[in-house]
Design a protein around this ligand. Structure first.
Ligand code: NIG
Ligand code: FE
Length: 390
């Protein structure tokens, strides 16, 4: 196995408070040794062991690769017109999902796979090294299974979202669609997926339907996660905590008891500021969640309708400016927070034994990710020990 020493790191975010300062476990003048696909050593550069090859970081800041725990990349088509209408005052209703369903059904496997690869590459250039993605734009047994099979070619973190909206084919009989999702569709999709998700919202699936879908998924070995409380108050968050879902995603409209439930349970509150940005909606209150003691993740929600960004640096800047997060909290949420939302210990931290996913920034400190919004600061990315950007 080849070892690589990355040295002369101006400041290193380890996300391990036993290793450095504060919750980010910051080490100044640091070095990291990679051994094959894993981190072998971190610490002050002055005490670093020798390695087969060396890379001089030139005083740049280093952070763990971002962990994007929420995206919808298996899609075709474009919704520029809908975005334009919103920016002229129209509100977001999620009705546009049907436009993407039609385009996705009409696309070839190759087109869909190329689309996923394109957005993954885009995200990687911006520092994302772990990616979750979902189905949800097929809504037939064949199209949902196809979406997951294609997603699985690109990532292990695959989520079955047959319950994105009631399929237009079942508009007159939503109960029959729930029966399909919990029956034949789940059977066809479960082999490709790790997670099961539901859009629990007025106009999509109510609390009882969501519970039926998530418990059916769990019986097939999938762990729940929930699109919860995005457009309105509702039962999604409480249901997610009750079912010990890995995360409740969006969390824009929360009552005090929703916040308490998240603070007490193991369900991560995943915030998706790209969606509020692109729908001109009210921001989720990250400060309230953090002060209550909830674990917060930040993810892209990358999809052609409500949040067409793959950039976690952009989401970090929004979360700091508009959601009450400090830069440290936002960076932690986009790395270790995303890892918690995927129930992973091997990513989101730069510690011995973790996966060798590391990002260098053209900046002396990780804080520049929020301080210099819109500036492409990522210069180098290592993923599983391989230098994939730079
Ligand atoms: O997470 N909320 C539901 N689903 C997506 C939006 C999908 C779309 O508009 O195409 C979301 O925001
Ligand atoms: Fe989403």
């Amino acid at each position: 196995m080849t070892t690589t020493l990355i040295t002369n790191i101006g400041s290193l975010v380890t996300n391990d408070e036993t290793r450095g300062d504060g919750p980010l476990g910051l080490i100044e003048a640091a070095a990291v040794v990679l051994d094959g696909e894993e981190i072998a050593w971190t610490g002050p550069a002055a005490t670093a062991p020798a390695a087969d090859t060396a890379h001089d970081a030139g005083g740049r800041a280093a952070i763990p690769g971002f962990v994007d725990s929420h995206s919808h990349l298996v899609f075709a088509g474009d919704r520029t017109r809908e975005f334009n209408a919103r920016m002229s005052g129209r509100s977001y209703t999620a009705g546009g999902i049907r436009t993407t369903v039609a385009a996705t059904r009409a696309a070839s496997d190759e087109e869909l796979s190329a689309n996923v690869a394109r957005y993954l590459a885009e995200a990687l250039r911006q520092g994302t090294t772990t990616f979750e993605t979902k189905s949800g734009y097929g809504l037939t047994v064949e199209d949902e299974a196809r979406a997951l099979r294609i997603a699985r070619e690109h990532t292990d973190e695959v989520t079955f979202l047959g319950a994105h909206i009631v399929s237009p084919d079942y508009a007159e009989d939503p109960a029959a669609y729930v029966a399909l999702v919990t029956g034949e569709m789940l059977d066809a999709c479960a082999p490709y997926a790790r997670w099961v998700d539901v859009f629990c919202e007025k106009g999509a699936f109510d609390g009882d339907q969501a519970r039926a879908i998530l418990t059916a998924g769990r019986a097939k070995g999938l762990t729940p996660r929930v699109h919860a409380n995005q457009l309105s108050y509702g039962p999604g968050v409480q249901l997610a905590v009750e079912l010990d879902a890995a995360s409740a995603d969006h969390c824009t409209h929360l009552t005090d008891s929703d916040v308490d439930a998240l603070a007490q349970g193991d369900t991560v509150a995943t915030l998706l500021p790209g969606a509020e940005f692109s729908t001109r909606a009210e921001w989720p209150d990250a400060r309230r969640l953090l002060d209550a003691g909830a674990t917060v993740a930040l993810s892209s929600d990358c999809n052609p309708g409500s949040s067409f960004t793959s950039s976690l640096p952009f989401c970090i800047a929004l979360a700091v400016r508009d959601m009450g997060m400090t830069p440290d909290e936002a960076i932690r949420a986009a790395t270790a927070g995303g890892a918690r939302a995927l129930r992973r210990d091997d990513v989101g931290r730069i510690v011995p034994g973790a996966r060798a996913d590391l990002v260098l920034l053209d900046a002396p400190s990780h804080v520049h990710l929020a301080y210099r919004p819109g500036v492409p600061l990522v210069t180098d990315v290592w993923q599983r020990g391989a230098r994939v950007v730079g």
